[in-house]
Design a binder for this molecule. Structure first.
Ligand code: BG6
Length: 489
């Protein structure tokens, strides 16, 4: 392979809720992630059910709040980046990262979400983190909201369902973009904004049991509307506060194939893909796609939106499109008797032509190329792959080495397809950040044993371990990929 385009941004991606820890330190408030219960999935059946991770009720939250337990609420400790950030950033920089994607925990800056003044200690923490990154010439790419709305915001306001969410979030955005204007030039508004439909609590701060089941879908789309407006305002504010900044949307690039060539299956696939694209269609084109409005009408939804909201959305679309891509799966009009597989925040029909990871996520590098082409042809704006990686069990050998060839294979094949998307298909790709360069907690299962990193962290599913960091075989491999700008592959 030849080199990637000059200036291609190689790096890795993490999120505060899964690695930061320090849940009660530095004035941080409790977030949604801090009350997520670890249910220790043992089988594929359990894994297919772990998306129930977002099943939440006031009783479950009360129970979580009555304890300081970190074993069954593991996102409270993560990998303790809070106390290890200097060491971790040095290790990431050691691979020659050009960019490091991370998120700011909203509840570290505004502990409840509705305060008028930010928490200075939280702001100072990220100042230190960004300074550390910049010291090594590694530019931060920052997600403003990655699965951790402040818990009080969810409990007292019903999260994003309440229109005041726009005010609270934009206050937070104004504070962070002013504060970090000289340090952060690349921003993403909401991680996987589409996921509000799949896990409404973590993304939208919605406690499902508070609503009538027949109303809940409408509630989700109302919350989504508030996020769209807040995201557009975040683009506006970021540009005003940091004129040379770029702001992207971020979507879960779920890629579906029709299970057979029956027209019904193809239609099902097309409909399903529209459900994926409706979010980026809105954030890129600045207006709701007709098919989404039609769906609201057909379902009798009354999503409250003002003319001013629509104007804001139109005026401030995103500058680029970022997305996560891990796997693909199939859809069919009739799913009876078909085998299902687990996937990124969803389950879908298993594709018999491609292998699966230990967690049942199907491995499909070509699907990444297809995704890049689809997105680029649809939007004609630069793309950024901000998550891609393999969650796998790693074994530490007696001599301490970790030979994760499976991870190298996965990444190599995806990078090859990414290269083809650029060189053969003409896709404009800004960069690639693997999920996750350092082991951290799984979002869907809350496990540590589902490891993604080039750097091993000695913690098990129950929080036992030394938290010591060590390099896996893939560390030097990725370092070489970056040093040669991709040509070592
Ligand atoms: C993405 C999320 O959906 O997938 C990450 O943005 C998440 O937060 C990643 O960690 C991988 O999923 P999981 O469940 O294996 O951690």
């Amino acid at each position: 392979m030849k080199q990637f385009p000059e200036g291609f941004l190689w790096g890795g991606a993490t999120a505060a809720n899964q690695y930061e820890g320090g849940w009660k330190e530095g004035g941080k408030g409790v977030s949604c992630s801090d009350v997520q219960l670890f249910t220790d999935p043992k089988s594929m059946k359990d894994l297919l059910n772990t998306h129930g991770l977002c099943d939440i009720s006031d009783e479950m939250i009360e129970k979580a709040l009555s304890t300081d337990d970190e074993v069954y609420y593991p996102k409270r400790h993560g990998i303790d980046f809070y106390h290890h950030y200097k060491e971790d950033i040095a290790l990431l920089a050691g691979m020659g990262f050009k960019v490091y994607r991370m998120s700011i925990a909203w509840s570290r800056i505004f502990p409840r979400g509705d305060e008028l003044e930010p928490n200075e200690e939280g702001l100072k923490f990220y100042d230190d983190v960004f300074d550390e990154c910049l010291k090594y010439g590694m530019q931060p790419l920052v997600t403003m909201s990655h699965y951790e709305p402040p818990l009080a915001f969810c409990m007292d306001y019903n999260g994003w369902y309440d229109r005041r969410s726009i005010e609270f979030f934009t206050r937070y955005v104004d504070v962070i973009t002013k504060r970090y204007k000289d340090k952060v030039k690349l921003w993403l508004t909401f991680n996987e904004i589409d996921s509000i439909i799949r896990h409404p609590f973590m993304t939208g701060g919605l406690i499902e049991s508070r609503f009538k089941p027949e109303e809940f879908e409408e509630v989700e789309y109302q919350a989504m509307h508030h996020q769209f407006v807040a995201s557009a305002l975040a683009v506006k504010m970021t540009h005003e506060n940091i004129p040379d900044a770029k702001v992207g949307c971020m979507l879960t690039k779920l890629t579906y194939y029709p299970y057979t060539c029956k027209p019904e299956d193809l239609l099902e696939q097309q409909q399903r893909m529209r459900q994926i694209y409706c979010y980026s269609d809105t954030q890129v084109h600045g207006e709701y796609p007709k098919y989404l409005l039609q769906m609201y009408k057909n379902k009798g939804f009354n999503i409250k939106m003002t003319d001013e909201d629509l104007e804001i959305m139109k005026k401030y679309p995103v500058d680029f499109i970022s997305f996560s891509y891990y796997s693909s799966s199939c859809v069919a009009a009739d799913t009876k008797g078909l085998e299902m597989s687990a996937g990124n925040t969803e389950t879908a029909i298993k594709n018999p032509y491609i292998p699966s990871s230990d967690w049942g996520w199907q491995i499909d590098p070509i699907g990444l190329r297809i995704s890049c082409v689809d997105l680029y042809d649809r939007y004609r704006k630069p793309l950024f792959i901000v998550e891609n990686g393999l969650g796998a069990k790693d074994t530490v050998e007696e001599d301490g080495s970790i030979n994760d060839d499976y991870r190298i294979d996965y990444l190599r094949e995806h990078i090859r397809q990414m290269y083809k998307a650029i060189e053969e298909d003409g896709v404009e790709l800004m960069g690639y950040t693997t999920w996750a360069p350092i082991d951290l907690l799984s979002n869907s299962t809350n496990q540590m044993s589902k490891r993604y990193g080039f750097i091993y962290v000695d913690v098990d599913d129950y929080g036992n371990g030394t938290y010591k960091r060590s390099k896996k075989k893939s560390y030097d491999w990725y370092k070489e990929v970056i040093a040669t700008n991709g040509s070592s592959i």
